[in-house]
Design a protein around this ligand. Structure first.
Ligand SMILES: Cc1ncc(COP(=O)(O)O)c(C=O)c1O
Length: 355
């Protein structure tokens, strides 16, 4: 049987949640589990995140999926609801909503849910979701008048680049509104922001990628932040060949050997979710990092095994990312971020939970 496998570590996820608690000891944790827990599998993640104070999803259907698993933790819909009916349904399953635009405000005022919590989102400069500062003050007053409990929230566009000038602009905009609405609870921080700015933790932090063991920064590794990889993607070697100098490899004949080469064929391709467009990516074979050569195809990729002290046997395990090889490195080689690698995996690799 083909052995392409996604191994998921409960222990690593619990460890990373603990790291969030160490970074933000005085805040509640809204653990982001949207997009099938960043591609890790919702049921698996919920099991390891029972200590989180709430679970964050993008939209209502994802909240329903959580409830369908029997989970009763508080849920927050970070895009809020898309219709009045959904507003009613969300409150029925006890999901809190972000309100970021006028129609959502009107639904909340039309169907008042006594004492419910609303996350009021301000656009502080990302220009994706949120009320303008003026609108936010008026919305807050209306919601408060009907008895809603408010959490003022925003999202950074550049928290992964702590010195980006937009960060200060966004903070200034947020605090000028917060000041006018005091006392009010607040939530600003995703993973990068919560690691970088303890002074911004306030009532709720909203970690995503750090819980799954990746670094939110390009200049600090997951290991440096003491985060452990939750997902390890492995497979096996299915063929080896000795090629002469000048041989070309794979589709497009894009790689030409410049030495006698021991080539390995690995059972992993873009049909499994490994990115097709990688340059200078590596995998681990027999504990050694070796380069991918030639194009990644749908079911296979090819690696240069020449520098290994002994030629590995068929079925030798190959690590694509996870234990021993940061997903961030594989992502960089593909010109993307680990978030995308995790969420784009296909259902092909077998999934199993370790520990
Ligand atoms: C509103 C909001 N908060 C928090 C997060 C978590 O971000 P990260 O995974 O970078 O920690 C996201 C992710 O996209 C988000 O959209």
């Amino acid at each position: 049987m083909r052995e392409a496998r996604v191994s998921l570590s409960t222990k690593a996820l619990s460890h990373n949640l603990q790291r969030v608690r160490e970074f933000a000891p005085h805040s509640h944790v809204l653990a982001m589990v949207k997009a099938d827990a960043y591609g890790h599998g919702l049921a698996f993640a919920l099991n390891a995140l029972q200590d989180a104070d709430a679970l964050g999803v993008a939209f209502f259907k994802e909240a329903q999926d959580i409830r369908a698993l029997g989970n009763t933790q508080p849920i927050v819909l970070i895009e809020g609801v898309f219709t009045l009916d959904e507003w009613i349904d969300a409150t029925t399953i006890n999901a809190q909503c972000v309100i970021h635009q006028d129609c959502q405000l009107q639904w909340a005022l039309e169907q008042i849910v006594p004492n419910a919590t609303i996350w009021l989102k301000i656009n502080t400069g990302m220009n994706r979701l949120g009320f303008s500062p003026d609108e936010a003050i008026a919305a807050a007053q209306q919601l408060r008048a009907t008895g809603y409990d408010l959490i003022l929230t925003m999202h950074f566009a550049n928290a992964d680049e702590p010195n980006h000038p937009m960060n200060q602009t966004q903070m200034d905009s947020f605090f000028s509104i917060k000041k006018q609405l005091e006392p009010i609870k607040a939530s600003l921080c995703n993973s990068a922001a919560l690691i970088q700015w303890p002074q911004l933790h306030f009532d709720w932090v909203r970690p995503g990628i750090m819980m799954y063991g990746s670094s939110p920064f390009s200049d600090r590794s997951a290991t440096q932040l003491d985060l452990k990889p939750v997902m390890t993607l492995t497979t096996q070697l299915i063929a080896t060949h000795k090629l002469p100098i000048g041989a070309v490899i794979g589709y497009g004949s894009s790689f030409t050997t410049t030495r006698v080469t021991q080539l390995g064929v690995v059972a992993m391709g873009y049909g499994d979710g490994y990115p097709r467009v990688v340059s200078s990516a590596q995998v681990i074979v027999d504990g050694v990092k070796v380069p991918i050569v030639g194009r990644v195809s749908m079911d296979m990729l090819t690696v240069d095994l020449t520098d290994l002290p002994t030629l590995p046997t068929l079925s030798t395990k190959v690590i694509l990312w996870g234990n021993g090889l940061d997903a961030d490195d594989a992502a960089k080689a593909a010109g993307t971020i680990s978030y995308e690698l995790f969420t784009r995996l296909s259902t092909r690799p077998i999934r199993d939970i370790v520990e």
